[in-house]
Design a protein around this ligand. Structure first.
Ligand code: HEM
Length: 162
C-alpha cells in the first residue's frame, strides 16, 4: 500500500488539499486497475496526449500560453512521466523523490494547486474517451484516488520548496 502526504477533497472530488493527512491508499486491485488502464491509453500516447491537452486548454484556456506552441514533444514527455509514475505507484520510496523533483520544476512553470485539479479533470476525461465502456466507476475511482495522491504530494512538495 502506498501513502502520500495530503488528503482528498470532498467525496468524488479530485481537488487536492495538501498537508491534511495521508491520501493515496490504493488496494492491490485499484493498483492493478490503474496500471492496466494506463497501459491501454499508452498504446497510442500521441492520441491520448492530444486529447488530454485539448481538454485541458478547453477547461482552462489561459493555461495554453504556459506551454510551447508545438505540443508534440510535451505530450510525449507527459505520457512518459505518467508511465514512470504508474510504474512506481506501489513504491513510495521510489515515487516521492521523483514526484518532488517534478513538483519543484512545475512551481517554476507557474503551476498552482487549482491547475492540478484541472489537470486531474482532463486526465479522467481522457481515460473516459480512450477506454469508452471499459472506463467503469471502479476505474474512475481508482484514478481519482491515485491522482488526488499525486497532486497532493506535488502541491505539498512545491509549497515546501517555496
Ligand atoms: C500532476 C500531473 C502532471 C504531470 C505528470 C506533468 C508532467 C510534465 C512533464 C513530464 C513535463 C516536461 C518537463 C518536466 O519534466 O519538468 C511537464 C511540463 C510542463 N507542465 Fe506539467 N505535469 C503535471 C501537471 C501540470 C500542471 C498542474 C501544470 C499547470 C499548469 C503543468 C504545466 C506544465 C508546463 C507549463 C510545462 C512546461 C512546458 C514547457 O515550457 O516546455 N503541468 N509536465
Amino acid at each position: 500500500m502506498l501513502r502520500l502526504d495530503g488528503a482528498c477533497g470532498p467525496p468524488g472530488s479530485i481537488v487536492p488539499k495538501p498537508g491534511a493527512g495521508p491520501v493515496m491508499d490504493l488496494s492491490d486491485e485499484e493498483l492493478d486497475v490503474v496500471r492496466s488502464s494506463f497501459r491501454e491509453i499508452a498504446i497510442d500516447p500521441r492520441a491520448s496526449a492530444g486529447l488530454f491537452y485539448d481538454r485541458l486548454f478547453e477547461l482552462e484556456p489561459e493555461l495554453r500560453r504556459m506551454f510551447p506552441p508545438d505540443m508534440e514533444q510535451q505530450g510525449a514527455k507527459m505520457m512518459s512521466m505518467l508511465g514512470a509514475i504508474v510504474a512506481r505507484i506501489h513504491d513510495h520510496a521510489a515515487l516521492l523523490p521523483m514526484v518532488g523533483d517534478l513538483a519543484r520544476r512545475h512551481a517554476g512553470y507557474g503551476a498552482l494547486p487549482a491547475h492540478y485539479a484541472r489537470v486531474g479533470e482532463a486526465l479522467l476525461w481522457t481515460l473516459e474517451q480512450r477506454l469508452g465502456a471499459r472506463c467503469t466507476e471502479g476505474v474512475r475511482d481508482a484514478w481519482r484516488k491515485a491522482y488526488a495522491g499525486l497532486a497532493a504530494a506535488m502541491t505539498a512538495a512545491a509549497a515546501r520548496a517555496a
